[in-house]
Design a protein around this ligand. Structure first.
Ligand SMILES: *[C@@H]1O[C@H](CO)[C@@H](O)[C@H](O)[C@H]1NC(C)=O
Length: 225
């Protein structure tokens, strides 16, 4: 008699498991219809593409090719990295202050998804607000309840989570810095547990040469819009 490969009780359990799998609602993948990002899988957002005949919202991913996947071993500043401007100014981001927001929006993806999809530089406008440091898309160096987005620590924690999961990646943060509170920026980077990834200013390379230990956070301060 040929040996039975799987006893019938195991087969029965497998059937049940397959049925359960079919019953669990799964998030839509690229091109699947959606009404909000929650309907879409990891790294996707819900939006409309400017394609002929396409009117419904669908799950979308904008994926950047990493330059290191094309050529390896160049100095850091010989690569071009995708950077998002006002990375935190995300369409549909609910108001945290209760005030209706009046500002311009620059992004559709959450910061986590921006990083997952290949963004390696974030431009963040940091302000003193509500006894904390907030990301605001504001004017004249003053954050208002109608220009405020999120406490900076929340977004920086998203960066921390990404760097922990991806130890070979380097993220540059450009700060448009309106923070005057003493040690305000240091406190918020410490609170987000990002200091361990910080590239020491004293080791900033010159002439495109990177020296010292591997670090994952590269910090630039900017002035700008
Ligand atoms: C927003 O700030 C203004 C001015 O400080 C204040 O009058 C208003 O009540 C605030 N709105 C909310 C919803 O907190």
């Amino acid at each position: 008699m040929a040996p039975q490969l799987l006893p019938s009780s195991v087969l029965f359990l497998l059937h049940i498991a397959l049925l359960l799998l079919l019953l669990v609602p799964c998030s839509a993948q690229v091109g699947g219809s959606c009404s909000s990002a929650r309907d879409c899988g990891t790294g996707l957002y819900c939006g409309s593409c400017a394609a002929p005949g396409r009117t419904r919202l669908s799950c979308i991913r904008n994926l950047a090719i990493q330059p290191t996947s094309i050529v390896k071993g160049l100095p850091f500043n010989h690569y071009s990295w995708l950077v998002t401007h006002n990375s935190f100014s995300i369409l549909g981001e609910p108001s945290r202050t209760g005030a209706e927001r009046v500002t311009f929006y620059n992004q559709e993806d959450s910061v986590t998804n921006q990083l997952r999809n290949g963004v390696r530089g974030l431009m963040l406008d940091m302000y003193d607000f509500n006894d904390d440091v907030w990301l605001c898309h504001s004017l004249q160096g003053q954050c208002y309840n109608f220009t405020a987005f999120v406490p900076a620590v929340e977004t920086l924690k998203e960066v921390e989570a990404f760097l922990s999961e991806n130890p070979l990646e380097i993220v540059t943060i450009f700060i448009e810095d309106y923070v005057h509170s003493p040690m305000g920026l240091s406190k918020v980077f410490t609170a987000a547990d990002l200091m361990k990834y910080w590239y020491p200013i004293s080791e900033m390379p010159t002439n495109g040469k990177r020296t010292g230990q591997a670090s994952q956070i590269w910090l630039q301060r900017t002035t700008g819009c």
